[in-house]
Every structure is written in C-alpha cells, then in structure tokens.
Write a protein that binds this ligand. Sequence first.
Ligand SMILES: [Zn+2]
Length: 308
Amino acid sequence: MQVTETVAAVDIGGTKTAAALVTRAGEIVTRTSTRTPGGEGAAAILRTAAALLQHLRAESAALTVRALGVGSAGVVDAGTGRVLGATEVLRGWAGTDLRGALTTATELPTTVINDVHAHAIGEARHGAGAGAPTVLFLGAGTGIGGSFVIDGEVMTGAHSAAGHAGHQPSPYAAKLRCTCGGSGHLESIAAGPALVAEYQRRSGAAVADLRAVSALAGQGDSIALDTIALGGAAVGSAIGGLVNVLDPHIVVVGGGVSMLGEVWWSALRTEMRRETLLSLIDVPVLPAALGIDAALVGAAELAWGALR
Ligand SMILES: [Zn+2]
C-alpha cells in the first residue's frame, strides 16, 4: 500500500531531539534525531526541532504532512501550547511559546504535550497497553515520570503537571535529596543516576553510569545485584500504591532503567504485589513495547486527533 498521508512528530528531550513522519496507523515512515542544544537557550532548541522537520519533509516530498505533534520535556500547557516549567537541562525553556514557534516555522497546525504524556499515549494506543481502557504508565530513566491514560487520553491535571510519579514519597528513599529540591522521593533512589549513586555509596567504588552497574551485576557483583533489586522494589512499591488509588486495567513500565533485566523486574513485581490490595492483585504489569519511538507515536496520535 502506498502511504501518502502522514503527520509530523517531534520529541524534545533533555539530551536528544527526534522527529518522524507517522501514518494514521501509528507507523513511523521516516525518522531522524540529533543532540538537543539544551544549554544554548530556547531559540536554539526550537531551531533544531524545525530543522529536523524541514529535513524530513524535503527528503520525503512525496508524502503529505497534515499536522505536527510535539512531545517536550518540561511542564507543558496543552491548552495554550506554552512551556510552563523546565529544569536547567533545557536552559530558558520555561515560558517558551512552543506551539506558536513551531506553527510559524512549519506552517502546520501544531499540538504540544509533555514528553512523558506523549510516551504514555503511544504505549496506550499502539504499544503494550493497546486495547486496555485505562493504562497506568511509568517511565524510569534519568528521571521518573508517569501518566494515567483513560480511553487513549492522558489525565494532564489542573496545572498540566499530573504524572510526576518520581516525586512521591518512597520508603526506600529515606532522606535522600531529590532533583526537585525535596527529599525522600522515589526518583532519588530509583532513577538511573540514583542507582549509580546508591552503588557508589554501598561499594565505595566509582562507576561511570548505569550500564556499568548493569555489567557488574551480569558478572555476579552482589552489591550491583542488590542495588538493582532495590531500585525495582522501590518502583514496584510506588506502582502498588498507585494501582490502589487508580485501579487501572493494566500497568506499562518503560524507560532505560526498565531494561535492567529480570532482577529489577522480579523485585518490582514482588513489591508491587505486596503493596497492592487483594482485589487488585491480578492487575497486569508489562514492559513497554515501543522503546524510544513511544513519544513520537504518541505525539503523532495527538496531531491526528486535532485534525478530526
Ligand atoms: Zn522530587
């Protein structure tokens, strides 16, 4: 079948910006990505996204591009299309008129949303949660975020900030300092950098990154194995609590930390079941299916939705 109609999607993350052209069925036809110039200010970040889109459209001139969907790091007001808040990883990003700037640059009707919300929509509509009426999504990577998806729509909250799952208290985090300025939050013990720090605290040895901790675990290093299990248990405990509150049909877990393997997943499942009410004990928890494409697929879904 010849594809002629697509929408464009952009995923603006702290380290990488990706763009794609996506069919109505959620299939990525073509894609490209580059480093996000996060330290260079909002104009540079916008220029990078616009250039990726221009490149894709020039390269696929036979395809019609009808609209643009954008998933971006930071708190994004989907109503006004503005970035309400962002960390220092994206300097000057807060306050940016994201929708206005990319509408002007691309001359496409543009929809914007937070990147974790986009990720959740992708998984809920075309990934591991496809077909489930409600999906609790949790993404564990450099940070920890989440989203509750009802009939394919994310619950964004009264201040566009719903889903900050990494910033709930965790019994595993004691008084550890959190990236948000608080302490004792899930992210401060279970995100990727937190697991690296925990390994270093326990072993007294420096490790480069989470991949190094994972490699040590593969060699049977007991401190690495315990650290990974602790991270899985902390995420599982948090999910158990959220399941008790939300009663989702399914839980989907993604992000780089979720690639740590069976030790992490086994601890997650055990701790989730321990926290979950008896009547909710069979709520399934599945690994995300779309990998790094999920936010692009979710952003494209929004763009298609805006055309209806
Ligand atoms: Zn926090």
